[in-house]
Design a protein around this ligand. Sequence first.
Ligand SMILES: [Mg+2]
Length: 266
Amino acid sequence: MLNGQDRASSVGVWLRDVVRICRVADSRRDRVHGSAAAGRVLIWDFDGTLGHRPGHWSGAIADALSDVLGPHGFSRAMISAEIRDGFPWHTPQVPHPLLADGDAWWRHLGRVLAAAIGRLGVAPSAAAAAANRVRPHYTDPASWQLFPDAVPTLAALSGLGWRHVLLSNHVPELPEIVTGLGLGRYFNVIVNSAETGYEKPHPQAFRLALERSGWPRSAWMIGDNPVADVAGAVSAGLRAILVRTPPADGSRYVPDLADVIGLVSG
Ligand SMILES: [Mg+2]
């Protein structure tokens, strides 16, 4: 098994190879279809950037276990330790177009979750039942919250002429969660890995966001993940802003979304 450093290095080599292939395809496309359409687009990550789910996955699994077992002694830390692999975004170098159907996506994840719950010592039948209960808990829009600076920043940037696109590694129900949080008016383009089969930082995820934006003249990626959002976007030729997570390198970083306005306007 690769350690963290080897895995990062391996992903980096893979990313460079895929980006090179995509750039050849881009140059061919431009020769055929002409240059990108005019327009200014901001491509936003969702989870951890605009909104968040208090309790995250481990909280949803704990709630599902309560449904099946009643009171249980599994802490969120114990559950988190068992869900570090198997989710589609843990292997972004592997596209998963066969999971594009929402039920297929959840059947796949249900097997991952049942195995993780089983490793806690839960009997297989109860683990499978709890795994099936995770979906309604995790996807309930009422279990999600917006960061206070999300709507004011989106509204201000809309007023300055920017269009917004969502690019997220997420569950199939992301559009319903976004609508439930009142963000539907800002996002008429949502590029969701559960639908496309491409997880950031895969270059195809960023290409799809640009394609569905009409190949804008100017575009930025904004997100809280230095690898999936920032490194992936930069490798795909986009400018990127890291938010909320202080960087380990020299990435453009702002602690609050309101500071994005100055960066993209400068
Ligand atoms: Mg995020």
